[in-house]
Design a protein around this ligand. Sequence first.
Ligand code: AMP
Length: 231
Amino acid sequence: MTETTGTSKLIALFGPPGSGKGTQAEYLVRDYDLYHLSTGDLLRAEIKQGTPLGRQADEVIKSGALMPDAIIQGMIRNQVNSVLGEKAGILFDGFPRTAAQADFLDGLLAELGLAMKAVVFLAIDAEKLIDRLTGRRTCRNCGAVYHVKSSPSRREEVCDKCGGPLYQRPDDNRDSIAERLAAYERQTYPVLQAYENKGLLVRVDGDQSREAVYRDIAGALDRILAIPGRD
Ligand code: AMP
């Protein structure tokens, strides 16, 4: 099937919780004209609206476990269909997280005559992640992310960008973090392995400054997207 949508830069961003994925996603969508498709953000929006799905997601997210594949896949199908043609590409953030989700995505993209171009993985040690997550603060208004030690806001608990209140995500506590890291190890590493076998994986050292991490990602993506037939 030929691509008719113009939305061809399909990139997935992987990184365990606390790897700086949110920050890198912001830079990527800005510089590569991508639609940011974050399943975590979609679920948090449902929670905020108090929908039945949101009530289920609230429980599951607090526990640190994963939502059922069928629910996530339904959300992805709707989103992909509704954003095709809007931007030059899509950044999948937090998805696919299981082998079943990865198979589903392959099938969906094949139906649309599209294919994943690159899968970026932010690699970082578990001990570093725990420190990053327990200190993380997020703006309730605009979603900007801070860290109490490494990148604090100028005024405590107030966002530098929009003045909104900062909060700690309810799943950024030690129990949820341990469960989320275990879920990542158990369910998401095999997905990465499969992308590596397909030659799509771009592994970046996530334990550097955010600028250095982004330089590495952008350098690799520029090379990949410049390959004829892959842009
Ligand atoms: P994130 O913001 O990507 O860290 O996601 C927060 C939480 O949302 C996860 O810990 C899961 O409970 C849920 N979630 C997000 N994306 C997925 C997904 N692709 N599959 C299953 N659960 C997900």
